[in-house]
Ligand binder design. Structure first.
Ligand code: HEM
Length: 412
């Protein structure tokens, strides 16, 4: 009898309906750490014939840190998106990537993020206070969603009045292909066009009235080309950047916060300790990040023939790095399926493996998660889960892959 976990088809969304399929990846790490996954015949969309799946920490980290061998040029997703290749921070290599990254990094230094602390605390307090008026609520939409959305909007400079609209379009774009939602799939192209149109309008407004935010910086900044001449970012680069910031900055942190709370409710001893010993907060946030690992995989492309663990990989092959699997690797983490808020060291891969694309928002995300739990604990004595969580399995072509979309709770 073939082992169903050993032979699981990773492109089958049913695998992800109840969250990340850790049992399958535990088997892969043990039996086939470098596995070729073909796309089934007739699989919709434009993509390669298949992709390599790296499930062990060491291999993921090594590939992540070797951008010459594993290029990011075609983007982190598995679908072919020629418009994105080489045009977005996540889909650039070498000096082009470093230049753009340096430029945008100015908005995300630890100093800048600390300066945003006060703002994050004010948002978190107001969000929890408003939620408390309801008592029973959906933690994902009414709390976990709100803080990252408003923080990234503050940083980018999206006016308050536009936020619900911009983020509902982002959500439509992400959920457009969520076949578990029960509603007919929306058109991701239409949502993307709307996002781009908004980014354009915002650019016009910022150029006319510059302010101290990332969008003003990006719309007006001079970028130096290889020949020493300077240009500004073009419309497409700006549009794609807007999409990257709004998606990367909100969806991931929301998942970390909501999976974090759900896991703490499943481990009341750890929740009690986190509340009563504020010194545990720092390690607790790292464990929440390791445990939740909100990004399923990032894809790269091999630039020349190579081998991993003796398995030949051909130049041009798609190679995917499965961060949640690396974060449960028994060779690196002692008892990896134990949720332990005091785990140390905890060198998880939730933000990537330390290569040139390491998450630009890591400091911000850590502060948001910390502040949200601090403000929640300060205001709420009792939290109870009142119903089952609901996950959305996005398409396999979307690196986020699985999102927790609802967590009913009662706060008092
Ligand atoms: C818990 C929350 C988050 C998680 C788990 C997460 C995870 C990741 C991962 C895995 C990568 C790819 C790293 C690599 O390939 O080496 C990445 C890249 C990136 N993240 Fe995050 N992220 C989070 C929050 C944020 C936030 C709040 C922002 C804010 C803007 C952000 C912006 C970015 C950007 C711009 C990149 C691309 C960097 C590059 O290509 O150079 N992320 N993130």
């Amino acid at each position: 009898m073939p082992d169903p976990e050993r032979t699981a088809d990773l492109t089958d969304l049913d695998l992800y309906r109840d969250g990340f399929p850790h049992a399958v990846f535990t088997t892969l790490r043990r039996d086939e750490p470098v596995r070729w996954q073909p796309f089934p015949t007739g699989f919709p969309g434009e993509h390669d014939p298949g992709f390599w799946v790296l499930s062990r920490y060491e291999d993921i980290q090594a590939a992540n840190r070797d951008p010459e061998l594993f290029s990011a040029h075609d983007g982190p997703q598995l679908s072919h998106q020629p418009g994105i290749a080489g045009s977005m921070l996540v889909s650039m290599d070498g000096p082009d990537h470093s230049r753009l990254r340096r430029l945008i990094s100015a908005g995300f230094t630890p100093r800048m993020v600390r300066a945003l602390d006060e703002q994050a605390r004010a948002w978190a307090g107001a969000i929890v206070d408003r939620a408390l008026e309801h008592g029973r609520l959906d933690f994902v939409s009414e709390i976990a969603y709100q803080l990252p959305m408003n923080m990234i909007a503050d940083i980018v400079g999206i006016p308050i009045a536009d936020r619900e609209h911009v983020f509902s379009v982002t959500n439509q774009f992400l959920l457009a292909s969520d076949s578990s939602s029960g509603t007919p799939p929306a058109d991701p192209g239409a949502a993307q066009a709307e996002m781009f149109a908004y980014a354009h309008e915002l650019g016009v407004a910022k150029r006319a009235h510059p302010s101290d935010d990332v969008w003003t910086l990006l719309c007006t900044v001079a970028v130096e080309a290889d020949d020493g001449t300077t240009t500004t970012l073009n419309e497409l680069e700006l549009d794609l950047f807007f999409m990257l910031l709004t998606v990367a900055g909100s969806e991931t942190t929301r998942n970390a916060i909501s999976i974090g709370l759900m896991t703490l409710l499943e481990h009341p001893d750890q929740l009690a300790r986190m509340r009563s010993e504020p010194a545990t907060m720092r390690d607790a946030v790292e464990e929440i990040l390791r445990w939740s690992s909100p990004v399923g995989y990032f894809a790269r492309r091999a630039t020349r023939d190579t081998e991993i663990r003796g398995v030949p990989i051909a130049a041009g092959d798609r190679v995917t790095l499965w961060y949640p699997s690396g974060n449960r690797d028994e060779e690196v983490f002692d008892d990896p399926f134990r949720f332990d808020i005091t785990r140390s060291p905890n060198l998880h891969l939730a933000f990537g493996g330390g290569g040139p694309h390491y998450c630009l928002g890591a400091n911000l995300a850590r502060r948001e998660i910390t502040i949200l739990f601090e403000e929640l604990f300060a205001r709420v004595r009792h939290i109870e889960q009142t119903g089952p969580p609901v996950y959305s399995a996005l398409t396999i072509e979307n690196p986020i892959l699985v999102a927790l979309t609802s967590l009913p709770v009662e706060l008092s």
